[in-house]
Design a protein around this ligand. Structure first.
Ligand code: NAD
Ligand code: SER
Length: 311
C-alpha cells in the first residue's frame, strides 16, 4: 500500500526536518505537513492549516488525502507548558486522543507520537536512567507525556492501535529553531557564539542533560516506524540516548573552534525543570529491540552545528 503521511505540528523544530526527510523517502505528494501556522516553509508539499484541537477538521483532512500514518508533534513543551499549564494539558492530551481514536476506528494504520525525558522527575535515579524506574514528573509537560504514554499503551493493548513513541532527549539541529523547551539553550548557544562570541546560559554551568543531534533523532524516529511490529515490545515510549553534557562542556567544545567565545550563567525558572530530569539515559531496550545506535558525540555535534548554521 502507498503510504500517505500527515504531520501535525510540522512547522516546529522537529516537524520541519521530519517533513523534509519523509518527503525524500516517500515523495513530496505523499507527505502532508500541517500546523496552526500558514504555509510558510512547505512550498513543495500539499500543506494543510490545521488546529490539532479541531477534531472534525482533522478527520476531514485524513479522509481528503487518504492518510495512512500520522506523526503527531503538536504540543506545548516544558517551559511554555509551565507558563500555561491548563492549555498545555488540553493541547497535549486532547489532540492525542483524536489521533488515537482515528486509528482505533481504522481510519489510519500507524501513529508516531513523541514523549520526552520530562516523564522522569526528581525521585528518578538521575544517572543512566533506566526504561523502567520511578517516574514522578514535576512539570505539566512531563505529566502530560507520562499520561500520554499510558494511553498509547492502553490503545495498543485494548484496540491493537499501532502507536510508536520515543522519549526524546533535548534535540539540537541547525535547520530549525527550538520552540519553548528547557534544553533550547543547547541550540541558542551556537547562534549566539557565531553572532556575538558570547552566550548567557539560562541553565547553570554544571547542569548535565541528555541531548541528541536532530539527524540522529529523525533517523531513530523513521527506524522505529519502519521496524516490524513484533520487534516493538514497548508501546508506551522508548528511552533513547545520544549524548549528555553540561553548558560548561559544550562551551569548552565551542571554544576549540571559536577561541574568543565566552559563556556566563543566569539560571532562571528552567533550572528547576532541568534539575528534575535525568543527566543521562539508559536505552538498552531500543538498542536490543530495533537496533538503535547514535552517530553524533559532542565533538561531532559541535563541529556539524558550527559548519552548517548560516546567519
Ligand atoms: P515545537 O514547539 O518546535 O513545534 C510544535 C509545533 O506545533 C509548532 O510549529 C506549533 O505551531 C505547532 N502547534 C502548536 N499548537 C498547535 C495546534 N493546536 N495545532 C497544530 N499545530 C500546533 O516543538 P518540537 O520541538 O518540534 O516538538 C515536537 C514534539 O516532540 C512535541 O510533542 C515535543 O513534546 C516532542 N519533543 C521535543 C523535544 C525537543 O527537544 N525538541 C524533546 C522531547 C520531545
Ligand atoms: N526538549 C524538551 C524540553 O526541553 C524535552 O522534552 O521541553
Amino acid at each position: 500500500m502507498k503510504e500517505k503521511i500527515l504531520i501535525i505540528g510540522a512547522g516546529g523544530q522537529i516537524g520541519l526536518e521530519l517533513t523534509e526527510n519523509l518527503s525524500k523517502s516517500y515523495g513530496n505528494d505523499q507527505v502532508i505537513p500541517s500546523d496552526l501556522k500558514s504555509e510558510g516553509n512547505f512550498a513543495n508539499n500539499p500543506y494543510e492549516q490545521l488546529d490539532a484541537l479541531d477534531k472534525d477538521a482533522l478527520f476531514k483532512i485524513v479522509k481528503k488525502h487518504g492518510i495512512t500514518q500520522v506523526y503527531h508533534l503538536a504540543a506545548l513543551l516544558s517551559a511554555t507548558g509551565e507558563q500555561n499549564p491548563m492549555f498545555a494539558w488540553k493541547l497535549n492530551m486532547e489532540s492525542l486522543f483524536y489521533v488515537l481514536d482515528l486509528a482505533k476506528e481504522k481510519h489510519i494504520q500507524k501513529i508516531y507520537w513523541p514523549s520526552s525525558i520530562a516523564v522522569f522527575g526528581p525521585t528518578t535515579p538521575r544517572e543512566n536512567t533506566p526504561q523502567y524506574t520511578v517516574m514522578e514528573p514535576s512539570t505539566i509537560y512531563g505529566i502530560s507525556k507520562q499520561a500520554g504514554e499510558r494511553w498509547c499503551e492502553w490503545y495498543f493493548k485494548k484496540f491493537g492501535v499501532d502507536v510508536r513513541s520515543i522519549r526524546y532527549p533535548g534535540l539540537i539541529g541547525w535547520k530549525s529553531a527550538p520552540g519553548g523547551g528547557t534544553t533550547d539553550y543547547a541550540v541558542h548557544i551556537f547562534h549566539e557564539a557565531l553572532k556575538h562570541n558570547h552566550y548567557t546560559s539560562f541553565l547553570s554551568e554544571n547542569t548535565a542533560l541528555p541531548m541528541m543531534h536532530m539527524e540522529d533523532a529523525i533517523r531513530a524516529t523513521i527506524e522505529l516506524m519502519h521496524a516490524p511490529s513484533e520487534k516493538i515490545k514497548i508501546r508506551g515510549s522508548y528511552n533513547l540516548s545520544g549524548l549528555s553534557f553540561t553548558p560548561a562542556e559544550i562551551a569548552n567544545e565551542i571554544k576549540k573552534h571559536l577561541s574568543e567565545f565566552r559563556i556566563d550563567y543566569a539560571p532562571d525558572f528552567r533550572q528547576a525543570i532541568a534539575d528534575s530530569w535525568p543527566k543521562s539515559i539508559n536505552d538498552q531496550e531500543a538498542r536490543e529491540q530495533w537496533g538503535w545506535k547514535e552517530k553524533y558525540n559532542l565533538e561531532a555535534l559541535v563541529k556539524n552545528m558550527l559548519e552548517n548554521i548560516k546567519l
